[in-house]
Design a protein around this ligand. Structure first.
Ligand code: FAD
Length: 236
């Protein structure tokens, strides 16, 4: 089959988590020519003009023909309206797996600190599942997820379950517009990176909007984290 990236997929399920996020499951016509790595994405060609829109695979990498995407539906452009409204059974052309935002070699021997804002958590969830369930790392894995409102958070039960099953895993939601009753870190992710997270032998994986990534990289580098251990994916 070679390295053919073109494929056709069918939308087989959609879960509406809340007003902001949906999760779509696709089934490929042919298996990916190469097994997706956690952090990679697919690009759809949509509409008459075959416009490209990219979405990270949020499910654990596997050889199966299906994969999940987690989508913030609020932009309401061509990509998000398609994913929100397409009927189950709709077929779509795609390219994938794409992207170099993947865990580095030998990651099982390193601590991993993942920081995402908004839908930027999607590839990070795939990385967490890959590290804990596939690679069975015993090193510390920390996932920090910044959201505006706590009601936007999803996968909370899964994160709690992972924390109880894997003592080396910590999930830190950070809410920028908290309700009084919210019992979690408050503010922006950039304000919640404390020296506890800046340990030796750690790699940093950042995903989200350009502004957050630039600010976080600056903060990390000011705290003497070497640029070579910071990896990122910009969604805008
Ligand atoms: C590598 C990668 C991975 C990604 N992974 C994910 C993911 O896992 N989940 C996810 O939710 N997103 C992800 N994204 C973002 C995603 O690709 C889209 O950018 C996003 O869903 C918006 O697409 P859209 O077609 O709905 O909106 P667009 O049509 O691209 O529009 C974006 C916004 O701009 C506004 N807009 C468009 N045109 C104009 C105009 N002419 N004037 C003024 N405003 C305008 C729209 O109203 C909308 O709010 C990823 C992006 C990249 C690059």
């Amino acid at each position: 089959m070679g390295n053919k990236l073109q494929n056709t997929a069918t939308l087989v399920n959609r879960v509406v988590h809340n007003e902001k996020y949906i999760q779509c499951t696709f089934e490929l016509e042919e298996s990916f020519s190469q097994r997706p790595q956690a952090g990679q994405y697919v690009s759809f060609r949509l509409g008459e003009r075959k416009e490209i829109r990219s979405y990270s695979i949020c499910s654990m990498p596997s050889d199966s023909k299906s994969f999940d995407l987690m989508v913030d539906v609020t932009p309401q452009g061509i990509g998000t309206t398609f994913l929100q409204n397409a009927e189950i059974g709709t077929q779509v052309e795609l390219l994938g797996p794409l992207g170099r935002f993947v865990l580095s070699e030998g990651i099982e021997n390193k601590k991993v600190f993942l920081i995402g804002t908004g839908s930027g958590v999607a590839p990070l969830r795939a990385m967490v599942l890959d590290l804990l369930r596939n690679r069975k790392t015993t090193q510390q894995v920390t996932l920090m997820w910044g959201e505006r409102f706590s009601q936007n958070l999803i996968w909370q039960d899964e994160m709690k379950e992972l924390e109880s099953k894997f003592p080396n895993f910590k999930f830190i939601p950070v809410i920028s517009r908290p309700a009084e009753t919210d019992q979690c870190a408050k503010g922006r992710v950039t304000g919640c990176i404390d020296p506890m997270h800046l340990t030796e032998n750690t790699e940093y994986y950042l995903c989200g909007g350009k502004a957050m990534i630039e600010e976080t990289m600056e903060i990390l580098q000011k705290k003497w984290v070497d640029r070579s251990v910071i990896f990122h994916e910009k969604f805008d």
